[in-house]
Design a protein around this ligand. Structure first.
Ligand code: MG
Length: 160
């Protein structure tokens, strides 16, 4: 069985918070606002994983405002979602993602993020793609107000 899912998320930048992407803390003048650690990449990946198995979305599993998830590390939530994937006898084959923001530049952190996500999803870093783009100044991402993430998670097949 081969299944695929897509995910999207966006968070506002907020001063005084750490910027965490894919479980990696990135030095920047602001972090992202959110109930959890606001790891926009992990959130989009979770929605892609849940979409692939048609099991609701991140809000279904981790309701916004639930005190259990206040400031929770999103990597812990990804681990929970992966338990559900593995429990179905499925595994991740590859992940492709796009992070949308004007700043900071993602390239210096890309390999750390790939390694982090590979570990969480149980695949090698060669199966994890993390791309970055700006919006040429357009929209909230272009104005530096937010960071978005789209990704496509594809081809989970029978677990090896
Ligand atoms: Mg989110």
């Amino acid at each position: 069985m081969i299944r695929a899912g897509t995910g999207f998320d966006a968070h506002r930048f907020e001063q005084g918070r750490p910027l965490i992407l894919g479980g990696v803390t990135i030095p920047h003048s602001a972090g992202l606002a959110g109930h959890s650690d606001a790891d926009v990449l992990c959130h989009a990946i979770m929605d892609a994983l849940l979409g692939a198995v048609a099991d609701g979305d991140i809000g279904t599993h981790f309701p916004p405002g639930d005190e259990r998830y206040r400031d929770v590390r999103s990597t812990e939530l990804v681990e929970q979602v992966m338990q559900g994937i593995w429990a179905r006898g499925l595994r991740v084959v590859n992940l492709d993602s796009v992070v949308v923001a004007e700043r900071p530049r993602l390239l210096p952190h890309r390999e750390a993020i790939r390694a982090s996500m590979a570990s969480l999803l149980g695949v090698g870093p060669g199966c994890i793609s993390v791309k970055a783009t700006t919006t040429e100044g357009l929209g909230p991402e272009g104005r530096g107000e937010s960071r978005g993430c789209r990704n496509r998670f594809s081809r989970p097949g029978p677990r090896a």
